[in-house]
Ligand binder design. Structure first.
Ligand SMILES: *[C@@H]1O[C@H](CO)[C@@H](O)[C@H](O)[C@H]1NC(C)=O
Ligand SMILES: *[C@@H]1O[C@H](CO)[C@@H](O)[C@H](O)[C@H]1NC(C)=O
Ligand SMILES: *[C@@H]1O[C@H](CO)[C@@H](O)[C@H](O)[C@H]1NC(C)=O
Ligand SMILES: *[C@@H]1O[C@H](CO)[C@@H](O)[C@H](O)[C@H]1NC(C)=O
Ligand SMILES: *[C@@H]1O[C@H](CO)[C@@H](O)[C@H](O)[C@H]1NC(C)=O
Ligand SMILES: *[C@@H]1O[C@H](CO)[C@@H](O)[C@H](O)[C@H]1NC(C)=O
Ligand SMILES: *[C@@H]1O[C@H](CO)[C@@H](O)[C@H](O)[C@H]1NC(C)=O
Length: 467
């Protein structure tokens, strides 16, 4: 039995069956971890983050040289006893969120069979007794919906030279293999699952590293060209279509510490470093948000992130006029595929507000000390809203405010009578059924902000930006 199987068995029965149901289009960001968060919650405490910590500790329990050590609680030790019996493949570093192999020494990548061969493994004691193992190089390894869209790679220590394919290209630099399948294309997941993990994994190489992209999508590489070029000095290899490339080492898969975050205890880097990296990559001017002193007449800039199709503000003019009357300079803009353009807009602002959704990921470009206001729609999404944006904002030195809309501010009141369960108790209405949840709360809900009520939140933002 594998490590994964133990986790699945221990937690599986708590999971809602519906969680596994149905093909799910990759772009509906919020839903993805929605039920994971909910279904773990009743017995695991604050959120799925706990699961990860537990896993990290278990990992630390096994004192193989590839894992790092630390303390653990009683229940972790119980779990760990079972885990210790398993034989992990060498070079394997795993926790619930990401799963990667760090193989130092020659590797030969045979793309046609999606295999990474380790030639002459007999010279490396580590591999004795291992036949092969598999990995999907995308940093969300417990999420089968994402992983179904990620090519699977095998690693084979090849004891007989005859089995190893001949190199058609020799390289002298290290390589990192990762996938742009999964949920790529959703702005939140682009950063949470790929860009931040890629930064963590590749930054130590100082540009001297070859990126090998599996499930390559040209629009994705175009969207993030500036970042990719700043992390690697070499043109990307679309590895799936290639012949046999040989490298002196490879990291397969990326490290991920959590949602939109870097855990400074696990890395020499911090979110501050990452945001500094973004600022230099996109030549963003502002490091710090405005701090108003008494009598200061500078205007604070407020960005209202609009969405055109779903979860739209019905009347952003109304919001803008109210904010302007309070002394803000207001910009209303929608994010698109042009990251640099939007990064510049966001960086020029001191306050960003938007309805819960992937567009809020752009707060990454805010200057330090700026304020984000997350407007939380109906649907029982408070926990997800906190997990995805509330908690990560702390590491980013962004002040976080939440505006939970009242029932009457939701356009769902046009579709359901006021005493309907969908409005009164969203959680009992969707019961964690993704389809039910998505089709009502994500796709059919717009928001008419009650500006008189919202003013209080804007006042708080103003206060936070005064010295
Ligand atoms: C595991 O680590 C402990 C303390 O770090 C050490 O005493 C023990 O010998 C190690 N066990 C194995 C099997 O390496
Ligand atoms: C460990 O494994 C045994 C049998 O495989 C099982 O009965 C026991 O519940 C497991 N313990 C934990 C803590 O998972
Ligand atoms: C990979 O292994 C090398 C050599 O053991 C080590 O120096 C490096 O820190 C490891 N990288 C990661 C990301 O674990
Ligand atoms: C790659 O290197 C190996 C060993 O150094 C050599 O035998 C082989 O001919 C080289 N292949 C290419 C395409 O340069
Ligand atoms: C990223 O690119 C910009 C512009 O090309 C450059 O000024 C900056 O130094 C680069 N940063 C890193 C970390 O490579
Ligand atoms: C939107 O708000 C503005 C300013 O308050 C108001 O003049 C306008 O009538 C509103 N439009 C709608 C469609 O409610
Ligand atoms: C929400 O607003 C958008 C943009 O105004 C509109 O296209 C969409 O039909 C609205 N959705 C509902 C369910 O009213």
């Amino acid at each position: 039995m594998t490590h994964d199987a133990i986790i699945a068995r221990s937690f599986g029965r708590f999971k809602q069956k519906k969680l596994v149901h149905g093909a799910f289009v990759a772009c509906s960001f919020l839903v993805l971890s929605f039920c994971a968060v909910f279904s773990f919650r009743p017995y695991l405490g604050p959120s799925s983050i706990f699961v990860e910590n537990t896993m990290a500790k278990q990992k630390q329990q096994r004192n193989s040289t590839i894992f790092q050590g630390a303390s653990s609680s009683k229940s972790d030790q119980l779990m760990a006893q079972n885990v210790t019996k398993q034989r992990e493949p060498p070079c394997h570093v795993m926790d619930l969120r990401s799963d990667f192999y760090n193989i130092t020494g020659e590797v030969r990548i045979h793309a046609k069979s999606s295999t990474v061969f380790i030639p002459f493994p007999e010279k490396r004691n580590l591999f004795r007794g291992y036949k092969s193992w598999k990995i999907r190089p995308y940093a969300r390894n417990k999420d089968s919906r994402a992983m179904n869209h990620v090519r699977e790679w095998s690693v084979i220590p090849a004891f007989s030279d005859a089995k190893v394919p001949q190199c058609t290209q020799n390289h002298t630099i290290a390589s990192i293999l990762f996938s742009t399948g999964g949920y790529a294309g959703n702005h939140f997941h682009d950063f949470s699952d790929i860009i931040i993990p890629l930064y963590l994994t590749s930054r130590p190489f100082n540009g001297k590293v070859q990126f090998l992209i599996s499930d390559y999508r040209s629009w994705w590489a175009t969207k993030f060209r500036a970042i990719l070029q700043n992390l690697s000095h070499y043109p990307i290899i679309k590895i799936d279509q290639e012949d046999v490339h040989c490298f002196p080492s490879i990291i397969m898969g990326l490290q991920r510490h959590g949602e939109l975050t870097i855990d400074p205890s696990k890395s020499p880097y911090t979110m501050r470093d990452f945001r500094e990296f973004l600022r230099s990559t996109y030549s963003l001017k502002r490091r710090n948000a405005v701090r108003l002193r008494h009598g200061d007449t500078r205007k604070l800039r407020l960005l209202v992130i609009s969405r055109k199709r779903t979860r739209s503000f019905i009347n952003s003019t109304n919001i803008a006029e109210t904010a302007e009357s309070m002394g803000f300079e207001v910009i209303v803009a929608e994010a698109d595929i042009h990251v640099a353009r939007f990064a510049e807009i966001v960086n020029s602002c001191d306050v960003v507000m938007g309805i819960h959704g992937a567009g809020l990921t752009n707060v990454l470009f805010l200057p330090e000390g700026a304020v984000m206001i997350q407007v939380v729609p109906l649907g029982g999404v408070e926990l997800v809203a906190k997990t995805y944006f509330g908690l990560p904002s702390k590491e980013m030195s962004i002040r976080y405010l939440e505006y939970k809309i009242g029932t009457k501010e939701s356009t769902l009141t046009e579709q359901f009578p006021l005493d309907h369960m969908a409005l009164k108790n969203p959680y009992s209405f969707h019961r964690c059924n993704l389809e039910a949840f998505k089709s009502v709360y994500l796709d059919k809900q717009n928001v008419t902000i009650n500006v008189r009520r919202f003013k209080t939140t804007l006042l708080k933002a103003l206060e936070l930006l005064h010295e």
